[in-house]
Design a protein around this ligand. Structure first.
Ligand SMILES: [Zn+2]
Length: 177
């Protein structure tokens, strides 16, 4: 995707370049919990990001960035998009509204549970997809095995007939014909 994954965002890598003081694009983090918050921020529901999916710098604050010695800015590890996003199901709101959590610790724990739950649901879907793929590949293997068996039997017939011919020729020679 050559642009920002946030559903309401129109930032495209082609229209604004980083060097022109425009927008920069950040790949989705590997940490499953943080990744989940990023996915949630896109507002795309059950959408799953690809390796090349990105979220643009419009959704991060200056505090999410650090500066290297070279002067280049980079997104801090663990940063999550909070700006200019539409959440279908916000982690914060969900945990606050559905909870009778009285203490910040309880609230935090509820939020963690909610995040993990969403991760599990998404991973289950991924598992199903992989299983279906697996079944398709197995079918392919069966077909291939059939072809191989077929070829092997054809080959052995050819080999057999070749030997028979050879033998009969030898016999003819030995009989002096
Ligand atoms: Zn964006």
């Amino acid at each position: 995707m050559p642009g920002c994954a946030v559903i309401t965002c129109r930032a495209r890598s082609t229209c604004l370049s980083k060097t022109k003081g425009g927008v920069s694009f950040h790949r989705f983090p590997k940490d499953p919990n943080i990744r989940e918050i990023w996915i949630d921020a896109t507002g795309r529901g059950d959408w799953i990001p690809t390796k090349t999916s990105t979220i643009c710098s419009r959704h991060f604050t200056i505090h999410d960035y650090s500066t290297k010695k070279s002067g280049n800015k980079y997104l801090r590890e663990g940063a999550v998009p909070r700006e200019n996003i539409v959440r279908i199901c916000s982690f914060k709101e969900a945990s606050v509204s559905s909870s009778n959590a009285s203490t910040p610790r309880k609230k935090k724990l509820k939020q963690i549970i909610f995040t993990k739950d969403t991760v599990i649901k998404r991973q289950r879907k991924q598992i199903k997809r992989i299983q279906a793929q697996n079944r398709r590949l197995k079918k392919k293997i069966f077909k291939m095995e059939d072809i191989i068996n077929d070829l092997q039997s054809k080959f052995s017939i050819m080999e057999l007939s070749r030997r028979i011919k050879q033998n009969s020729r030898k016999r003819k020679i030995s009989l002096g014909e």
